[in-house]
Design a protein around this ligand. Structure first.
Ligand SMILES: *Cc1c(COP(=O)(O)O)cnc(C)c1O
Length: 816
C-alpha cells in the first residue's frame, strides 16, 4: 500500500505541485500545499459565476449565501459530524476560534477556570490571561484531575464554569493526546456543577488524519482548526461547536455586523442577536466568502487526488517512521548519536493513535555539544529543505523537551534571546527544536534525501580534528591590494575603486561605504539582499567630479538601464532642495537608527525595481549620540584556540573548542560603523578563496567570484609567496601602504553569499562547501573584519589617511 501510494504521489507531484520542483517541503504541521488542479478549479468557479457580497437580496448575493450554507454542510461531512449536533463557525484561523471561546467565557459571572495541557500551542496558552484561575497540567495532572483526586477547590473557583483545552496533536513533536479525555471530563459533572467545557485544538491533527466527530458521546464542545493545514489554501479556519454547548458563546459582549437582528443606538442602547443559528450570531462582519468558495474546491480536489484522509494518515505514518529511524541511526565516528529525538511515539509497532507524522529533534556534535538550529536551518535552506526551527509556538513542549527551567528561559530572555534571533545556545543549553513534518505529498525520496543531508553535514566521520602546523614565517607572503570595493547602499551592488585612486579611510570604514540603505516604508526595516536578491543589480557609483551618487539598474542585459542620481553632499543646503526630506527612524541589524529619507521620485525608482514599498535613506558619516552604531566584530574561538594551527581543509565541521575567557577586545568593539553589519572594513584573502574554489571544484561545483563575499578589500599575493589559505585567521594587524589596521575577528557568514552579484541568481555554493570546511561551533566563517588605526603623529598622511589598489600589504601574526 505504501509503495503504491508513493508511486501515485510521485506520478502527479510534478504536475500538481510545480513549486516543489527543487524543494523538499517538511514545514508546517501537515506540509500540505495547494495543488494545481485545485487552483484551476477555484479559478474556473470564480470566473464563471457572479458572487456578490452576502446579506442582500440580489441574485448574486443569494447565490453566495446559498453556496456558503452548502459548504458549511460539506465541512461537517468532512469531519463526520452530525449537523443536528454540530454547527460550523467560519473564522480567520484556529487562533481566532480560541479567542472567540475565550471572549465568551470571560463574560460569565465571576469568569471561568482554565485548565490547559502542557503541550498546548501558544494560542491556547494565551487564554489563561483572561481566566479567573488557571492551571497547566501534564498527563499525570490531567489523569488526577479526571479521577477527581485533585479538585478545583484549591484554585478557589469550584462554582465557576471550567474550560479544559488541549491539542489533539502537539504541533511541536507530533504526539497525539487521548481523545477519550473529552468523554471522561464530561463525567465530572455533579449535581451542583456542570461538566467542564472542552476545547479541542485539532489544528495539527487534521492535516494528516481524519478528525472523526461521529461519536456523539465523545463530542468536544469546541473544536478549532485551520484549513490551510489540510489543503494549503484557503487561509481560513473553523470553530466547530457542539450546539448544546453553543449558548455559552452568546455570553460574549461584542456584536459585529451580520450577527444581530436589531440594533438600537440612538437614545436607547439595545440589540437582539440573530437567533436562527449559532454561526449567524458569531460570524462578525462580512464572511471571507471567496475563501469559503475556495474551500469547496479544495475539499473536492483533495478527495480526487488523495481519496481519503485515512490513506494520507497511513502513508505519512510510514514515512515518519522511516525518517525517525533514519535520523536515530546516524552516528558520529566515535559512535555517539547525531540526533536527539523528541518525538517519542515511534515504537516498534507505531500506532497513529500516539504519534503524528512529525519528527522533532536536535543535533549534537561528536562531543555532545549542541549544533545551532539557526545554522542548521540556513544550510538546510541552501539545500532547499524547508523545515521549521525554534520555539515552534509551543512553550510547554519546548521547555519539557529541552529541560529548560523557567529561570533559564528568563535568563536567556535577559541576555538577548528572542523568537527569531541568531543565537540559540545559552550556557550549554539549546533553546529551540528542529521539526520535520510529513504530509500528503511527501515521498520516500524526500525522507531519504533529508536523512542523507543530515548525515553528510553533521555526522563527523573523523573522531578528532588533526591540526597541521603552520610555519609562522610563511604565513603572510607577499601581499598587495588586489581590489577595493565600497557598497554605498547597504545590500546593493558594489562600486570598484578605480586603480591608482587614493581612497579615504575613515574610522567607520572606507569613504562612502554603506552610507545609505533602502528601508521598507511600512516597517522601517532596512531591506536586505537575502530577501531581495535583485538588490545586487542596483549599482551605485560615486562621481566625485560632479558630486553625485549615480544609481543604475539593469534587470538583464537585454533590458534598458534605469538611472537616477542624488547629491553626495549631506549639506543642509542640498537637503532642502530635496523635497519632503524627513527624518525617519529605522532599524538596521537590530539597532535603531535615525536616517534622512528622500522624495517620492527616489522612492518610486527603488519601489519599482524591488516590488516593495521602499525608500532610500541616509545615515551620514561622523554621527554621534544614540543613533551611532558600533562594531560587533570580535575574535572568534577558532582563531584564539589554535594560534599556530589550522583546521585541515577537508574536515567536517562542528569542532568543539575549549572554553575561552570572555571577549577581551572591548576597546575595538566600540568602533563606530555606518550601516555595515558588523565592522568598519571587511577583508578577504585570495589564497583562501582559491583554496575554497578548488574544494568546490573537486566536488563538481562551479567556482565562485570574490564578489559574493562583498568584501571591501581583496588581498592578492605574488607568485610562490602566497600565504597559506586562512592565514588571515591568525593575523593581528595589517599594514596597507602607509596605513595600519587592526584585525577584529573572522566574519560569520549566512546564505547571502550564495547570491551571484552579477546576475542576482542563487546557488548553493559557496555556502555548502564552507559549511563542510569552515564551520566552527556550528558557525560558518570566511573573511575578516578590521578597522583603521589612526596615527596621531601630526603628518598629512595621518590627517587624511588613504589607501589604493596595488598598495603592498604586510601582515603581523598573533604572538604567543
Ligand atoms: C497551527 C496550529 C495552531 C495555530 O493555528 P493558526 O492557524 O495560526 O491560528 C494552533 N494549534 C496547533 C496545534 C497548531 O498546529
Amino acid at each position: 500500500m505504501q509503495a503504491e501510494y508513493n508511486a501515485d504521489v510521485e506520478a502527479f507531484r510534478e504536475l500538481e505541485y510545480p513549486m516543489l520542483k527543487d524543494a523538499i517541503y517538511l514545514d508546517h504541521a501537515g506540509t500540505t500545499l495547494h495543488s494545481k488542479s485545485f487552483m484551476e478549479k477555484f479559478m474556473t468557479d470564480m470566473v464563471s459565476n457572479l458572487y456578490g457580497n452576502p446579506h442582500s437580496a440580489s441574485p448574486s448575493s443569494q447565490l453566495t449565501t446559498s453556496r456558503i450554507e452548502d459548504i458549511r454542510h460539506i465541512v461537517l461531512q468532512f469531519f463526520k459530524a452530525d449537523p443536528d449536533v454540530y454547527d460550523v463557525v467560519f473564522i480567520a484561523n484556529a487562533t481566532a476560534g480560541i479567542k472567540l471561546v475565550m471572549e465568551a467565557m470571560r463574560e460569565l459571572d465571576g469568569g471561568f477556570n482554565y485548565i490547559y495541557h502542557r503541550d498546548s500551542h501558544t494560542s491556547v496558552v494565551g487564554v489563561r490571561e483572561s481566566s479567573a484561575n488557571c492551571r497547566c497540567l501534564d498527563d499525570e495532572g490531567v489523569e488526577n484531575w479526571l479521577q477527581g483526586t485533585r479538585d478545583t477547590e484549591e484554585s478557589g473557583g469550584s462554582s465557576l464554569a471550567t474550560l479544559f483545552a488541549y491539542p489533539a496533536q502537539s504541533n511541536l513533536n507530533g504526539r497525539r493526546l487521548p481523545l477519550s479525555w473529552i468523554k471522561r471530563s464530561k463525567e465530572l459533572a455533579t449535581a451542583t456543577s456542570s461538566a467542564p467545557y472542552t476545547l479541542l485544538d485539532a489544528s495539527a491533527l487534521v492535516s494528516t488524519s481524519q478528525l472523526d466527530l461521529s461519536d456523539n458521546d465523545n463530542a468536544p464542545d469546541f473544536t478549532v482548526l485551520s484549513f490551510y493545514k489540510i489543503f494549503g489554501f484557503p487561509d481560513l479556519g473553523a470553530l466547530i461547536v457542539r450546539k448544546q454547548s453553543g449558548r455559552i458563546l452568546q455570553a460574549r459582549k461584542y456584536f459585529g455586523g451580520g450577527t444581530v437582528d436589531v440594533v438600537v443606538s440612538v437614545k436607547e442602547q439595545w440589540h437582539e442577536l440573530k437567533g436562527q443559528s449559532l454561526h449567524e450570531s458569531l460570524e462578525d462582519g462580512t464572511l471571507p466568502f471567496h475563501s469559503i468558495m475556495a474551500l469547496d474546491s479544495a475539499m473536492e480536489v483533495h478527495k480526487i487526488l488523495y481519496k481519503s484522509m485515512d490513506r494520507i494518515a497511513k502513508h505519512t505514518a510510514f514515512l515518519a517512521k522511516r525518517l525517525h529511524d533514519g535520523l536515530a541511526s546516524l552516528r558520529h565516528a566515535n559512535s555517539e548519536p547525531v540526533c536527539v529525538i523528541h518525538s517519542a511515539g515511534f515504537g516498534s509497532n507505531i500506532t497513529s493513535e500516539r504519534q503524528g507524522p512529525v519528527v522533532a529533534f536536535n543535533i549534537r556534535n561528536s562531543h555532545g555539544a549542541w549544533v545551532s538550529n539557526v545554522e542548521f536551518e540556513r544550510l538546510a535552506a541552501v539545500r532547499n529543505f524547508h523545515i521549521r526551527s525554534g520555539g515552534l509556538c509551543n512553550p510547554g513542549g519546548v521547555a519539557t523537551s529541552l529541560e529548560l527551567e523557567p529561570w533559564e528561559i528568563r535568563r536567556n530572555f535577559s541576555s538577548g534571546f528572542r523568537c527569531g534571533v541568531e543565537s540559540d545556545i545559552y550556557a550549554g543549553k539549546i533553546t529551540g527544536i528542529l521539526r520535520a513534518s510529513l504530509g500528503a505529498m511527501s515521498t520516500i525520496g524526500d525522507v531519504d534525501a533529508f536523512v542523507e543531508f543530515v548525515k553528510e553535514f553533521y555526522a563527523e566521520s573523523i573522531s578528532m580534528p588533526v591540526p597541521f602546523e603552520l610555519n609562522p614565517s610563511e604565513d603572510s607572503g607577499k601581499l598587495y591590494v588586489e581590489s577595493l570595493t565600497i557598497y554605498p547602499i547597504k545590500s546593493c551592488g558594489g562600486f570598484s575603486i578605480p586603480p591608482d585612486t587614493q581612497w579615504d579611510v575613515k574610522p567607520e570604514g572606507l569613504a562612502w561605504d554603506r552610507e545609505w540603505c533602502l528601508i521598507h516604508m511600512g516597517t522601517g526595516q532596512a531591506l536586505s539582499q537575502k530577501r531581495h536578491p535583485r538588490m545586487a543589480l542596483i549599482r551605485p557609483s560615486v562621481d566625485l567630479e560632479t558630486g553625485q551618487l549615480h544609481i543604475s539598474y539593469n534587470r538583464d542585459p537585454s533590458s534598458m538601464t534605469e538611472q537616477i542620481s542624488i547629491p553626495l553632499s549631506a549639506h543642509p543646503a542640498y537637503c532642502t532642495s530635496i523635497q519632503n526630506q524627513k527624518c525617519l527612524s529605522s532599524r538596521v541589524c537590530g539597532d535603531s537608527i535615525v536616517a534622512q529619507t528622500y522624495n517620492a521620485e527616489v522612492s518610486a525608482f527603488f519601489s519599482g525595481i524591488l516590488d516593495v514599498p521602499c525608500t532610500l535613506a541616509r545615515f551620514p558619516a561622523g554621527g554621534s549620540g544614540s543613533g551611532t552604531r558600533h562594531s560587533k566584530a570580535h575574535m572568534q574561538k577558532h582563531q584564539r584556540q589554535a594560534k599556530h594551527s589550522l583546521q585541515k581543509e577537508t574536515m567536517p565541521g562542528a569542532f568543539p573548542c575549549p572554553p575561552t575567557p570572555p571577549d577581551s577586545d572591548s576597546e575595538v568593539s566600540r568602533m563606530p560603523i555606518l550601516l555595515s553589519n558588523e565592522s568598519p572594513i571587511l577583508v578577504i584573502n585570495r589564497s583562501s578563496l582559491d583554496s575554497l574554489n578548488s574544494t568546490i571544484n573537486r566536488s563538481g561545483g562551479k567556482s565562485v567570484a570574490a564578489s559574493v563575499f562583498r568584501a571591501n578589500v581583496v588581498l592578492g599575493s605574488y607568485g610562490v609567496d602566497a600565504p597559506q589559505p586562512y592565514a588571515e585567521d591568525h593575523w593581528s594587524s595589517l599594514r596597507i601602504g602607509q596605513q595600519h589596521f587592526k584585525m577584529l575577528g573572522s566574519c560569520r557568514r549566512c546564505h547571502m553569499i550564495c547570491i551571484n552579484q552579477e546576475t542576482a541568481n542563487k546557488d548553493e555554493e559557496p555556502f555548502v562547501t564552507l559549511a563542510r570546511t569552515r564551520r566552527f561551533e556550528s558557525k560558518i566563517f570566511f573573511g575578516s573584519h578590521m578597522c583603521h588605526i589612526q596615527q596621531a603623529d601630526g603628518t598629512k598622511l595621518s590627517q587624511c589617511p588613504t589607501i589604493k589598489v596595488g598598495d603592498s600589504v604586510t601582515a603581523t601574526t598573533v604572538e604567543d
